[in-house]
Design a protein around this ligand. Structure first.
Ligand SMILES: NC(=O)c1ccc[n+]([C@@H]2O[C@H](COP(=O)([O-])OP(=O)(O)OC[C@H]3O[C@@H](n4cnc5c(N)ncnc54)[C@H](OP(=O)(O)O)[C@@H]3O)[C@@H](O)[C@H]2O)c1
Length: 283
């Protein structure tokens, strides 16, 4: 009978009710982490919690915590609820994301940028002290190879509804923001014992492709990785002991990889940080 041996570590995974996030949360729980699945629907998270319970004969520790990254008040409530538990936090996985959808978040940002970057920016800020107190701790941001299609971040456009027909240009910008944030964060956390990582999970058969025409999605899914395979690079960055002293780097296929030149732009990373601080401040 499979028994999970607790490792004394606590992890929070965003967007853990499906795809790569669900596979990541399940793997961490089976490795002995106490895992919080930060998602926007209890109902959609329940099957993942049931699957974790089943795979561990009820010995894994996993729980749902409400989070809608498109709503900064929800992000504040999520952080508050977690901090109230007075638990340490050793791992934060910023996994939630979407592609090819259109709109504006409740907090007034382009839908994909607001969800992938602004929501995660605030969540990390609010949990940063707890991560530092719990050091060694790690923050893993799920970015994408698609960041290579973005050549800058226009701080005005990201406050407007999705403009492109496919939404894929906005996706590239959001994933570039994930990378710039990861690098700037690592600089600011130097010496704190909290390290940061950005990953591309591969091309993975998940619901992220839901906006593709059904026959096309069905065909290309044959060539994609499974969600479990897609979680491999996230898990490598989250848990591999050899990476404990590495920070701010980008990984593909469980290997350090050079991101696009703009993702290494120190001035743009600093500007994004500064502007994001203004966006999430309540004053
Ligand atoms: N699949 C790929 O080929 C691929 C490639 C490169 C990068 N990625 C990245 O991998 C990450 C995981 O995506 P996936 O492929 O596993 O797709 P997925 O199955 O669609 O999972 C995305 C997750 O993000 C959540 N989410 C979306 N908007 C949210 C919000 N406002 N607040 C909280 N959670 C929200 C979704 O929750 P709901 O169920 O509530 O919508 C879902 O749990 C994303 O960041 C994606 O950009 C994926």
């Amino acid at each position: 009978m499979y028994q999970v041996v607790p490792n004394g570590k606590v992890a929070l995974v965003t967007g853990a009710n499906s795809g790569i996030g669900a596979a990541t949360a399940q793997a961490l729980a089976l490795q002995g982490y106490r895992v919080f699945l930060a998602c926007r629907s209890a109902e959609r998270t329940r099957p993942v919690l049931e699957s974790i319970a089943q795979a561990s004969n009820g010995t894994a520790k996993a729980a749902y915590i409400p989070l809608d990254l498109a709503d900064l008040d929800s992000v504040r409530r999520c952080a508050e609820a977690f901090l109230k538990l007075r638990l340490p936090l050793h791992l934060l996985v910023g996994n939630a994301g979407l592609a090819g959808q259109h709109g504006l978040t409740k907090s007034g940002f382009e839908l994909t940028f607001g969800t992938c970057h602004v929501g995660h920016f605030l969540l990390v800020q609010l949990l940063l002290e707890r991560l530092k107190e719990s050091a060694p701790a790690r923050i893993v941001m799920v970015s994408s190879k698609a960041h290579r299609h973005a050549h800058t971040i226009d701080m005005t456009t990201v406050r407007q509804p999705t403009g492109s027909r496919t939404g894929l240009q906005e996706y590239a910008v959001a994933k570039l923001a994930n990378l710039l944030f990861t690098r700037e964060l690592s600089k600011r956390l130097e010496g704190s014992g909290v390290t940061t990582y950005a990953v591309h999970p591969g091309v993975v058969a998940t619901d992220v492709w839901r906006t593709l025409p059904a026959p096309l999605a069905w065909v290309i899914k044959w060539f994609m990785r499974s969600a479990k395979e897609g979680a491999a690079t996230t898990l490598y960055c989250a848990t591999n002991p050899t990476l404990a002293t590495h920070s701010g780097q980008y990984y593909e296929d469980c290997a350090k990889t050079e991101p696009s030149p703009i993702a290494l732009d120190v001035a743009l990373a600093a500007k994004l940080w500064e502007v994001s601080e203004g966006w999430v401040s309540r004053d």
